[in-house]
Ligand binder design. Structure first.
Ligand SMILES: C[S@@+](CC[C@H](N)C(=O)[O-])C[C@H]1O[C@@H](n2cnc3c(N)ncnc32)[C@H](O)[C@@H]1O
Length: 217
């Protein structure tokens, strides 16, 4: 999978451009510049969060949610070290069952959320619940062709819910969002060699893409 913020992890310039473009679209479509309360899930290493910090209002509050405490603690240490993130709070929780009241956030972002979280539709549905009426959701994920080996692998390892553009669009609509927008920011064929250390997705030689999708509550 191609989501990675450490430049050394990036395969080529095109993927780096796609990551930057993804961050721009997410920030724009989630309207983070106008938001007072923002939820980001799954925050992970904070690749997207780091790009967000300069774009939000100074008095806005950003909640970072991830199920991995170590990732959140490492990100907090990184931000502390940089003298950044005084408006950032960390919540170690499951995105499929968020520990927040309904209707509290102006914006919800999910960079990599469609494929990285098992049963991602539950997390999209939770995003809808915790957003205020009129609030914006934007996320992205890697997608594959229906009936491909990649789809079969993704389903076998438990991340096969939001792995095509159609599945993402349907999920966002089924969650209740309106003004749904999707954009393809990258597509290519896998060129990696088979091997035991290889990431299982995409399957060797398969077509894959990255889709950004957004909606409004
Ligand atoms: C590739 S990272 C996400 C990238 C991140 N948004 C960024 O900007 O760097 C995937 C993250 O999903 C988290 N995750 C997986 N399942 C989750 C769940 N059910 N709830 C919350 N986080 C989850 C993992 O702990 C991991 O940190």
């Amino acid at each position: 999978m191609v989501n990675a913020c450490d430049r050394s992890d990036l395969n080529n310039d095109e993927i780096e451009r796609a990551n930057q473009r993804t961050c721009e679209i997410l920030a724009d479509k989630a309207h983070i510049a106008e938001a007072n309360t923002i939820l980001d899930w799954p925050t992970g290493k904070g690749c997207f969060l780091r790009t967000m910090l300069d774009k939000v209002q100074q008095d806005s509050i950003i909640i970072c949610l991830d199920i991995d405490f170590v990732e959140l603690a490492s990100l907090k240490a990184y931000l502390d070290n940089q003298g950044k993130g005084s408006n950032v709070y960390f919540v170690d929780a499951d995105a499929r069952d968020m520990p927040f009241q309904s209707n509290v956030f102006d914006a919800v972002t999910a960079w990599g959320g469609f494929i990285e979280v098992p049963e991602a539709p539950k997390a999209v549905s939770e995003s809808y619940r915790v957003l205020k009426q009129g609030g914006y959701f934007a996320g992205d994920g890697e997608v594959y062709e229906e009936n491909s080996e990649s789809i079969r692998v993704a389903e076998r390892i438990g991340v096969g819910y939001l792995i095509s553009r159609e599945r993402i669009e349907n999920c966002i609509a089924d969650s209740g969002f309106r003004d749904i927008y999707t954009e393809s920011v990258f597509e290519d064929y896998d060129r990696t060699e088979p091997g035991p250390d290889r990431c299982p997705l995409p399957a060797c030689g398969d077509w894959f893409g990255i889709i950004v999708a957004s909606g409004r509550k």
